[in-house]
Design a binder for this molecule. Sequence first.
Ligand code: GDP
Length: 299
Amino acid sequence: GKLKEGLSKTRDNLVNKISETISGKAKVDEETLEELEEVLITSDIGSQIAEEIIEKARALFKKESDRSVDNFKKIIKEELEAVLSQAKTNGEIDLSQKPYVIVIIGVNGSGKTTSVGKLAYNFKRSGLKVKIGSADTFRAAANDQLEIWANKAGVDIISTNTKEPSAVAFDTIKAAQKDGTDIVIIDTAGRLHTQKNLMDELNKIHRVINNLLPYAPNEILMVLDGTAGQNAVRQVEEFEKYTKPTGIIITKLDGTAKGGVIFRIISEKKIPVKYIGVGEGIEDLQDFSPKEFIEAMFG
Ligand code: GDP
C-alpha cells in the first residue's frame, strides 16, 4: 500500500542499486563486495551497518558456491531485519492512570504540527478522548495550523498565543483531568538557534507536567524529517543534551530516497521508531512495523 509506494525511491537507492551492482555477475567476489560496501554507505544506512553487512557476507562466503547473488541479498535482508527488530513496536497504551501524556519535540519544519494532528486523529479513531496542548507559543502560525489540524481530527485543543508554554501545558492537563481525557499531546517549540531557551522551556514544561502527574510525561516523542538523511541523527544528538526521547516519529518517508536513515537511527541511537509519516493527509501516520518496513523494501 502507501508505505511500499512511498518507499520506492529509498528502495531504488538501496535494494535496486545492490541488484544493479551484482546483476550479470556469476559470483559475489571480493571486488564486488567492495563495490557493494560503497553502495551501502551511500544509501544512508550509515557506514557502521554497511561494514557489518559486508563482514557478515565475508564470514558466510566460505565456499565458492556460497557466493551467489541470491545469498548476498538474503544476508542484507536478514541483517537489516535484525537492526529493525531492536525497535520496540507500540504496545497497548497504559490508561490505568489518566491522562496519558505525550510531549512532542523536534525542530521546525520536521513535520511536528502535522504529526500531532495525525496522532490525535489516530487515537480519536481508536475510541480515545484526546486533548492537544499547543505549547509552541513562539510561532503564532504554528498555533493556527495546529488548531486547523485539531478541528480536522475532531479533538479539543488548548492554545493561546500570549501564555507561557508551561502554562499551556498546565491548563491542558487540568482540563484533561476535569473531563476524563485519555490522552494529552503537548506540542512544543522547535527553534534550535536559542539552545538555552529551548532547554529551559522544555525543562519547565516537563516540571509542570510532573508536578501535576507524578507518573508523567509518559512519552517524549521526537519528530524527525526522513528527508534530512544524516542530519536527522545530529538532531537527535542535539536534543539528547536536554532530554531523552522515548520514541521517534519519522516523517516524509513518502517520496524520499533517504529512508535508509531509519536503520541508522535505530542502530546508533537505540531509540525506538514508533510512528512513520507517509503523506500529508490526516490518515498518513502509521504505527511503525519492522516487518512491514522490510517487506516494503524487499518484498
Ligand atoms: P513543523 O514546522 O515541524 O510543525 O512542520 P509541519 O507539520 O508544518 O510540516 C512541514 C511540511 O511538511 C508541511 O508541508 C507538511 O505537509 C509536510 N509533511 C509533514 N509530514 C509529512 C509526511 O509524512 N509526508 C509528506 N509528504 N509531507 C509531510
